[in-house]
Ligand binder design. Sequence first.
Ligand SMILES: [Zn+2]
Ligand SMILES: [Zn+2]
Ligand SMILES: [Zn+2]
Length: 185
Amino acid sequence: MEEFFPEILDAEFTAHMEGDLDHVEDGKEDWVDVIGEFYKSFEKRLEVAEEEMKEIEIKDEPSDEICEKCGSQMVYKMGRFGKFLACSGFPECRNTKPIVKATGVTCPKCKSGQVVERRSKKGRMFYGCDKYPECDFVSWDKPVPKACPDCGGMMVEKRVRGQTEWHCTACTHQEEAAELEEAFD
Ligand SMILES: [Zn+2]
Ligand SMILES: [Zn+2]
Ligand SMILES: [Zn+2]
């Protein structure tokens, strides 16, 4: 709204009013009529602006994901907590899903799924198994794609006094975070 509104208001109102006010001063036009006329034309412009805005909203960025419900292409949409995937078959198909970001870590619980970045309903980032709901593995800490050198367990990233450390989730092993080739993007 803000994009279209001030421009119309400032430019048109000023130009229109200045011209018409001269007439009002001359006594040719009634002030109320002038205002009424302005709002009529303004309403029309507002409708045009709304139409234009609708068109902008429709232009969604396509994704490589295919809707598992209807087979249409999924598109990226902006939501309250950032981008998500929605079916391009909307409104016939209302399928949506979060954009899943892989961490490159195999799920430590089921050992077959991949750990992916997810967002809670409140917008908080967490990590879970992509086999969910069959596997309910979750972690608030970001898993590291490197196994614990002591026990082979999963390590997670922790911020300790401004430093990034890796802590094993299965034993007490801790180490300073190192650069990883397969770093997350
Ligand atoms: Zn669909
Ligand atoms: Zn799992
Ligand atoms: Zn360990």
